[in-house]
Write a protein that binds this ligand. Structure first.
Ligand code: URA
Length: 232
């Protein structure tokens, strides 16, 4: 891909601005040689303003989403995209979240610009488990685990029962819930159906991928090994 288009697609600026950046010598290789618009330099060897380029198309990002941030590009208030460099919003193809977390849910949130990868993660065939740490308003009544794992639980206004979900009770008001699908407000609605109320919710895992090393509000680009953990 031509350098101007590559930089514009990564969100560094318009094509016109990228032509100017190249003309000004802001785009170089690792040895400091200024690159021309028709340069065939490998992505990882290109620097923009002395900094390595953002990851190429096919990137997957893991964010440790804080409470209070919305998974949207254009809602009011604080958005998960505010925690990424501004130019990431201008990337083509767009960087989308893989599924969503509610504004008042924290934890593991994935982004990608690779539609095939996104579908692989959310596809029922992949059956990727998502693990949630749940804090409840009231002690559990003891019937939750059997109900959640039954494969027969119906949520209000839904036509299909929920897939079996595993509940590990930590203490009366704390549990770890593993889901194999992602319906709207699913965890909150499951506990609401048992007469309880979720007061704190955090996603700790997607597949075997954890938030280890990613502090709240921080993010990292996943390696191939990290990506494989999602499906293992
Ligand atoms: N279930 C919920 O209720 N909220 C989330 O954000 C994710 C799962």
């Amino acid at each position: 891909m031509r350098l101007v288009k590559l930089l514009a697609n990564l969100g560094y600026g318009s094509r016109k601005e990228m032509q100017q950046a190249i003309r000004h010598g802001w785009v170089t290789d690792r040895d400091g040689n200024q690159l021309k618009a028709d340069a065939k330099t490998d992505h990882e060897d290109i620097l923009f303003d002395d900094e390595p380029l953002d990851p190429a198309h096919g990137v997957v990002i893991l964010m440790n989403k804080p409470l209070g941030y919305v998974c949207s590009t254009k809602d009011q208030g604080r958005l998960v995209y505010d925690l990424l460099p501004d130019r990431f919003r201008m990337r083509k193809p767009v960087l989308s979240t893989i599924g969503r977390l509610d504004k008042e849910t924290s934890g593991a949130l994935l982004f990608t610009d690779d539609g095939t990868f996104l579908h692989q993660v959310i596809s029922p065939k992949s059956n990727v488990p998502k693990v949630y740490e749940v804090t409840l308003d009231r002690p559990m009544n003891g019937s939750e685990a059997a109900l959640f794992t039954s494969g027969e639980m119906m949520l209000e206004n839904e036509q299909k029962p929920l897939k079996p979900a595993e509940l590990d009770v930590i203490n009366e008001t704390h549990a770890r819930l593993t889901l194999h699908e992602g319906r709207y407000h699913q965890v909150r609605r499951m506990f609401a159906a048992t007469g309880n109320h979720v007061t704190d919710l955090a996603r700790s895992r997607v597949g075997a991928l954890t938030l280890e090393g990613v502090d709240e509000g921080q993010w990292k680009v996943l390696t191939e090994e990290d990506k494989a953990l999602i499906f293992s």
